[in-house]
Design a protein. Sequence first.
Length: 567
Amino acid sequence: MDSRHRKLIELSVAGREITKELSGKVSSAELYEHSIALAYIYLLFLRHDSSITDLSKLIDSSVEDKDVKDFLVRITGQSKWTPNFDSASRWFSEDGLTSFILHHSREEGETPASIIELALSLLDIKEGEEVADFGCYYGSFLVQAFNTHPTSKLYGYDLNAEAVAITKIKMSLLEAASHIELKDVFELNADKRYDKTFSNYPLGVRLKALPAESKAVVDAQIAFGESRRASSADWYFNYLLLNSVKQGGRAIGIMTNGSAQNRLDASARKYFIENGLIEKVISLPAGLLSNTGIPVTLIVLSRGNKGIRFVDASDLAVGGRRRNTISPEGIKEILDRCKADGEHSIYRRTEDPWQDEWSLSASKYLEKQITLENAVSLGELTTLITRGTSLGAKALDELATDEDTGNKLLLLKDISDSRISSELPNISSIDSKNERYCLQPSDLVLSKSGAPFKVAVVNPDEESKVLASGNLYIVRLDREKIDPHYALAFLSSKVGKELLLRASAGTTIPSISVQNLKTIPIPLVPMAQQRKIAREHQKLLDEIEALKARTDKARVQVASLFDERGA
């Protein structure tokens, strides 16, 4: 049996026996920390030649680091298990326990190995360089960095005491040159510089959650010319990462797609782009992170860039049991895409015009150009674009009634297959302030958010007054320029849906602003041709309605067939 095979067996045995000892004694949420603690205690026991069996004495005599000692005391003090030293030497080996501690992953919250491998390749760490992980968690990036670059000096910072202790344990087992510290990264020594920095920082955090007195936060606010508390913290982390590297250094952050393109963070993106601080922007596949299914962006930061390489890697996901990953071949493909323009890669110069609020969405710059003849913006074809009523769900619920008052409410769910339901919910009244949000015949209604966007035309109904809800846009067209049903036909088409999606912002729930809605181009043809297309579209919608009615009737018949025939 070769040594590699023997170590794999020892690792498997260690994992099995540790899990067996903790089974039924530790909750799933606590299992990882307790597993590492128990494995490390057994490793300390074996290294002392089984000479100390008293747990407190073993910890006191074997562990010098205060964070690690406090961690072991805290875990063992609150645990319902005790180490079984009698069987330790029978089931465990030093190699098996060491491998278990280094390779056993908590998964939830950890940076995936494929992202780390990609980041390490992009960082291009040289021999002896200082490398820092801001928010190191349980040390997976630092372990992988050591395995790839063992001569590096590694730094890790985190606010989680258990994470810091476990990372210290891992670094000591690797005998890595390292400094791991329990600290808020925004409170680090502002004068300390590293060769390379990395962070898979917490997603969805806002500026208001960061320490307001931090030098990095204050300096970033001045640089961005923006200090709204609702701004994303992503760009403040990015500012900290880049300003913590030496001249010629490089930093990588894992950020949300939203902060790469939303309006709220436009001033921060403008600062980074205009100052040549962004080297690459890589859109990663969805489902890589364990704590969220949303796609994320890997951003490479450095100084003196004359342009930005945009890479779309969203197509390179490999499905897994719990989450997606990127294969080694996929990582190689991303690195190849970083080298030259192609279907999934494009280089934009900093001096080029940057429209749409300094967007850093790779897909935006890689999307194929849609060319339309005689295109006119939707804004030029309308007399009104407004959102529906501002009344919230509670207020609308209070207006709901079973009585047919002649007042109706149009909700997003009442639009299906480009048609408005004929059975809208009744509301008791519509006050004068909300009259302006009532629909008129031939108005276009369009969903504000949630792709694919729904569109429909209001049919004449002299008997009812219909109030549009706030998640809908009311688009009143100039009927001398465009037929509403022609506009519906275009916006319902494949090209129209793509244009609506491109006009939207946001990743989890795409949303269209009024400003962007007005810019959507619509090809104008002579009115006679518009009406012909409109009639054909309406005919197809009628066929869909008829098929739906037949399907509903067949479902009723299927459900009642046995009752009609009898037992």
